[in-house]
Design a protein around this ligand. Sequence first.
Ligand SMILES: *[C@@H]1O[C@H](CO)[C@@H](O)[C@H](O)[C@H]1NC(C)=O
Ligand SMILES: *[C@@H]1O[C@H](CO)[C@@H](O)[C@H](O)[C@H]1NC(C)=O
Ligand SMILES: *[C@@H]1O[C@H](CO)[C@@H](O)[C@H](O)[C@H]1NC(C)=O
Length: 427
Amino acid sequence: MNIVLTTIFVVAAIMSVSTASRVLELSDRFLEIKKEGHWLLMFYAPWCAHCKRLEPVWAHVAQSLYHTNIRVGKVDCTKYTTVANTLAISGYPTIMFLKGDEKDFVFRGDRTKDEIVHFALRVHGPPVQQITRHESLDNLKSMKRIFFVYVGEFEGPLWEHFYDVAERFQPYSYFYAAAHDLTKKHLAIDVLPAVFVYKEESHYLYDGDHDPKLLNNSLTEWVNAERFATFVKVTKGNFHQYLQTNKYLVLAVVEENKLEEIPEHHAIFRDTIKSVIMNHRDKFHRWFQFGWVATPDLANSIAMSDIPTPYLIVVNSSTNHHHIPDDEPHTLSEDAIHDFLHSILNDTAPVYGGNSLPVKIYRTYFNARTSLGEMWRGNPVLTTVLFGLPMGFLSLICYSIFCSDIMDADEEEEVPTGEEYLHEKKE
Ligand SMILES: *[C@@H]1O[C@H](CO)[C@@H](O)[C@H](O)[C@H]1NC(C)=O
Ligand SMILES: *[C@@H]1O[C@H](CO)[C@@H](O)[C@H](O)[C@H]1NC(C)=O
Ligand SMILES: *[C@@H]1O[C@H](CO)[C@@H](O)[C@H](O)[C@H]1NC(C)=O
């Protein structure tokens, strides 16, 4: 009891709660209480525009997690440099989950309330949670999440590798384990142990290698490919996650207005693309991840031209090459899209772009031109002045190289590489 009171006293003394929100403003003295619980923190700088945009989202995140024992806070890294240095913060905003003495997790995803809240809930618990009662699996299903389940005795190679994969993918997916009895009424499993994923009201069994030597790779690949919904919304923030699938990304490019509405013929086009994967999952799922984007920016940068909308573009995630159909995308029938995807698989579709040096240079030029166009629309006078000065033009090019190459960089300074993404940084 005393310890609890002291803790409350210390916590109250060190933090001041901003009246408008549930977000705790933390200082350097946070390091003294770091071990006292689970913290979801945003590290920011007052001058950073992405941080400002995150501010209202963060207040909602804090509200959503208010009834859990996860504390939500923020640290101004320009004022409290000791915290920032101790935690090796390298870009703003950085979102981290700190679990006392355990390893820390860095959030890498779309900075929306739902994504951040799910991230916190996932890393808050152990990597694999046990399903113990009959109702639990029903409960989990009713939450409309994608989750992985191990079924069988908690021993042997499959169990060990499942746990290992769960530890690595904990920030991105939910992992559970259950005894066979509890899953019987949900799906038939002939051989135990087994692993399945539940998504979109269906179960899919892991059908890869069970040879202990190959298990790590094949289970990792399977989880990495299955952890996404069948038809996803792709944004600049999560694009890199989808490139990790090593599949082709099939993107329906449509244009949303400020109210997140899209014109009817765009919606029809998007539905056509979606129905291709919904109706032919067996044929295409292994090779293609389907999705849509709400603005042409990302696709423009991939195609290096100002594409019309609606549009269809297929990106090779390992080489960054892309494919586009010969016909006007909105005239394509489901069958025509079908043939187009086939021609990509049998290497007969024309290939564009890629990652070679000339293409990278051209993409940089294209992005610079786009940024310039945006600057011009935003402030013609300033742009003229800057453009007139060689230094201004140079700095614009530098800006484009470092900041706006979508194929290479994230929305902000920090660029997650494949390595980092699979092995979370340890303290
Ligand atoms: C599985 O492979 C990953 C790299 O892909 C590695 O980090 C991990 O330690 C391996 N796990 C086991 C149990 O060998
Ligand atoms: C991408 O291109 C490479 C080289 O042409 C090819 O081997 C690979 O199968 C393609 N597809 C994906 C999804 O990486
Ligand atoms: C490749 O696929 C397309 C579309 O299905 C088909 O028309 C073409 O004949 C195929 N080419 C080869 C060489 O298999």
